[in-house]
Design a protein. Structure first.
Length: 157
């Protein structure tokens, strides 16, 4: 019997507690180089998450974040260096190539902001549960054991 490895889905899915959705997404495989750029997903508080991507060499203008339906798309388009003809690299270890990274978000996860500092792109997310989906307490009342839809019988005097 083959077991499905869903760990790649857990790395790019935020806010899912429903295993059925993860299994549904298991058929879809990310295309391209899934190791670039490297990223972390961390829980920073109660219902608050952060995606941190290492995008060394990119400027703010070369990065783009788009949220459409339940998908967060982070795109990096490397601009051509003006002085690249004058520079000769003996070793080029800092990768600066175009990329597109997609993250599947749960219905209750909203992107609240993003910041860029020291080569790290930080994307802040928060879980917003609508009022009608929050658990609520129902009081148990006392009283008659008569069902309200059934007529009550009066004793004849």
């Amino acid at each position: 019997m083959r077991a499905f490895d869903i760990s790649p889905l857990l790395r790019s899915s935020i806010g899912y507690e429903n295993l059925n959705r993860l299994v549904e997404l298991a058929g879809r495989v990310e295309g391209g180089d899934s190791a670039y750029p490297p990223y972390n997903i961390e829980k920073v508080g109660d219902g608050a998450y952060r995606i941190q991507m290492a995008v060394a060499g990119f400027s703010r203008a070369e990065l783009d974040l788009t949220v459409q339906e339940n998908t967060l798309v982070v795109t990096g388009n490397a601009a051509a260096d003006a002085d690249s003809t004058e520079r000769t690299f003996l070793h080029r270890g800092i990768g600066k190539r175009a990329f597109e990274r997609r993250f599947q978000l749960a219905d209750t996860i909203k992107v609240t902001g993003a910041s860029y500092q020291d080569g790290l792109l930080n994307i802040d997310l928060v879980r917003e549960i609508p009022e009608h989906k929050k658990p609520r307490r129902v009081e148990i009342g006392g009283g008659l054991d008569v069902m309200p839809d059934q007529p009550t019988l009066m004793a004849a005097e």
